[in-house]
Ligand binder design. Structure first.
Ligand SMILES: NC(=O)c1ccc[n+]([C@@H]2O[C@H](COP(=O)([O-])OP(=O)(O)OC[C@H]3O[C@@H](n4cnc5c(N)ncnc54)[C@H](OP(=O)(O)O)[C@@H]3O)[C@@H](O)[C@H]2O)c1
Length: 266
């Protein structure tokens, strides 16, 4: 892969949830450009394998906000600063079978912690370091953020609410003069064939599972490897896909949200 001008010199990159799915593909693309990449996830076996590839791979559960903060600080300490923060890890939070009211509230709170509160904590923890490097902060959103929560199926509400809060928070974060110098980019990858989708298909409520199965059958799910490569291009070129030129040349400004559609897949 050709190294672009912004990536001249080794870049220091932190990606939450880099063991699989979209995050893994973004991480692999950064590795190919000789960047120093730190990732985290919960599953010990996957992190053990990742340690062969990434300079930093840690078992972290982002639903514990103190772990989210200490991982961020460790990465900056060990890499000597940070150029890219990719807030990728996310869960759908579908209910698995029958649950009590208490279990329902715990599940919902968990999804909101992982999808919204952990990115919030990490952004607070790393903003001075990102300002110093004039770095890039990327967060992963979804079309669910735009849905009216009252019209979303009950089991998808925590996901929709957390992504909506995430977009609202980072839109304000990008506008805050305190954060000048940081390029904040939201990415909505569209439907991608990953574990998150599989969980909805297999474990989700009948309603959600049917929609997820239909997407799979209709082949609307994109390859995470391809989507990761597109995201890598957007964030390293600091530009969006330009249909006119067929390249990543469309100016991007802090606070923009890029929603990846089929035009990007050429
Ligand atoms: N796939 C889609 O169609 C789609 C659509 C719109 C937006 N997105 C967003 O894109 C992002 C990536 O999704 P994906 O589909 O690539 O998901 P994925 O394949 O399920 O991968 C999620 C990654 O995050 C890690 N993770 C999950 N919970 C974690 C926690 N509590 N602490 C630390 N790491 C955790 C997972 O590892 P462990 O499970 O081992 O922790 C894994 O590495 C998410 O924010 C998602 O909301 C995805």
């Amino acid at each position: 892969m050709k190294e672009n001008s912004f990536l001249e010199g080794q870049k220091r990159v932190m990606i939450t949830g880099g063991t699989e799915g979209i995050g893994r593909s973004i991480a692999d693309n950064f590795l190919l450009s000789n960047s120093q990449v730190a990732i985290c996830a919960r599953t010990k076996e996957k992190i053990a394998q990742a340690k062969d590839v990434f300079p930093i791979a840690e078992v972290v559960d982002l639903s514990d906000l103190s772990q989210a903060e200490s991982f961020s600080k460790k990465v900056v300490r060990d890499l000597g600063g940070i150029d890219f923060v990719i807030l990728n890890a996310g869960v759908h939070g579908v209910p698995i079978g029958e649950e009590s009211t208490e279990e329902k509230f715990k599940r919902e709170a968990h999804a909101i912690r992982v999808n919204y509160e952990a990115p919030f904590v990490i952004s607070q923890s790393l903003r001075d370091d990102l300002k110093k490097s004039k770095g890039v902060l990327v967060y992963m959103t979804s079309q669910h953020a735009k849905f009216d929560p009252s019209k979303v199926p009950e089991s998808a509400k925590p996901y929709a609410i957390s992504k909506r809060k995430l977009e609202e928070f980072f839109t304000k974060f990008a506008q805050d003069p305190e954060n000048d110098g940081i390029l904040v980019i939201g990415i909505d990858p569209g439907p991608v064939d990953t574990k998150l989708r599989e969980e909805i298909r297999i474990k989700g409520s009948a309603e959600l599972s049917a929609v997820a199965q239909r997407d799979k059958d209709n082949k609307v799910l994109k390859d995470p490897k391809l989507v990761g490569k597109i995201i890598y291009k957007i964030v390293t070129e600091r530009a969006d896909f330009n249909q006119g030129t067929g390249g990543y040349t469309k100016p991007i400004k802090s606070g923009d949200i890029v929603r990846i559609d089929e035009h990007y897949l050429q």
